[in-house]
Design a protein around this ligand. Structure first.
Ligand code: UDP
Length: 316
């Protein structure tokens, strides 16, 4: 029997490339489409000679036909605050035009569809922890809105294709995820702190560091995606680690794991920076039997060599 074929938009990105690996492990052949705006060839270099994998280098926002696919995983989009604020218009286009393109492909081939959404849909949340039923507290015109509103629109288009065109859709709301293949310069808190700790620079804590995030190691996150891809749940599902840390606690964990003596330097808090973030994962637990296994310190340990290597390469 022919192997099922998956299309992964954003397949050369941090999460997209890990997803490609996991899908190949599940027996799929994989076509990754990526315009390499924030994705990187290095993330998929190990798959270059694998006949079950191909990279289609193009922009998902333009119409194209990748041939028959059984599953569309729509993961294209700049995702770090620095990246999406640098590429604000492409971010809005990927959430809108790109989502239409990905859904049209799913519709054309009667393929299943799973889209990456985000905890940013909850904005600076007034409900804590965040359940999928919470509609969020998003500033529609602030600097983060290019991402937050793009992803909220992505969810709206996805639900519309389900309602009007019967596309078999799923929506995952991803909370802060970290691990190997993150770009060391993407500005997110874990790469920033890891690089600073490794290089003996001050760790830049924004604000007083009392804002919270809940960090999920990448292998746990991908396991959640696969479980959701096999389920029939079409309403959004939170996938993230529910253990909450202040950013200052995160900085201390990085210093410990890296064995670093770097100091902490306080810098201004970015506009609309959410004060707290923690997923309620009751739904994922009950529906998918999913539970993250790797705590923050263990995940940072698992990532340390990768970040050391990236820091070395950057210096070279
Ligand atoms: N942050 C920080 N120092 C950094 C980078 C980020 O204190 O060098 C903070 C940031 O203000 C936010 C949190 O860490 O409160 C997580 O930021 P990140 O950019 O990783 O993702 P976000 O959850 O905001 O999308």
């Amino acid at each position: 029997m022919a192997k099922p074929r998956a299309l992964v938009t954003g397949g050369a990105g941090f999460l997209g490339s890990h997803l490609c690996d996991a899908l190949l492990g599940e027996g799929y052949t994989v076509a990754a489409v990526d315009n390499l705006l924030t994705g990187r060839r290095a993330n998929i270099e190990h798959l270059r000679k694998d006949p079950r994998f191909e990279l289609i280098e193009r922009d998902i926002n333009e119409p194209f036909d990748c041939g028959h696919v059984d599953y569309v995983f729509h993961f294209a989009c700049p995702a770090s605050p620095v990246d999406y604020m640098t590429h604000g218009i492409p971010t809005l286009k990927t959430g809108s035009f790109g989502t239409f393109q990905a859904l049209e492909i799913a519709r054309r081939y009667n393929a299943k569809y799973l889209v990456s959404s985000t905890s940013e849909c909850y904005g600076d949340p007034l409900e804590h922890p965040q359940k999928e039923t919470y509609w969020g507290n998003v500033n529609p015109i602030g600097p983060r809105s290019v991402y937050d509103e793009a992803k909220r629109f992505t969810e709206a288009v996805t639900m519309a294709y389900r309602r009007y065109h019967n596309v078999d859709t799923r929506i995952v709301r991803i909370f802060n995820t970290y691990g190997p293949r993150m770009q060391i310069n993407d500005g997110r808190v874990v790469p920033n702190f890891m690089k600073q700790a490794i290089c003996g620079e001050d760790l830049t804590v924004y604000g007083e560091g009392s804002q919270t995030r809940s960090f999920c190691y990448v292998s746990d996150e991908i396991d959640g995606f696969l479980r959701l891809s096999r389920s029939t749940e079409f309403m959004p599902v939170n996938i993230g680690n529910p253990t909450e840390f202040t950013i200052l606690e995160c900085a201390k964990a990085v210093l410990k794991v890296a064995g670093s003596k770097s100091a902490i330097r306080y810098e201004p808090l970015p506009t609309d920076d959410p004060k707290q973030r923690r997923p309620d994962i009751t739904k994922a637990r009950q529906l998918l039997g999913w539970e993250p296994k790797i705590g923050l310190e263990e995940g940072l340990r698992l990532s340390l060599d990768y970040f050391k290597n990236e820091a070395l390469q950057e210096k070279a």
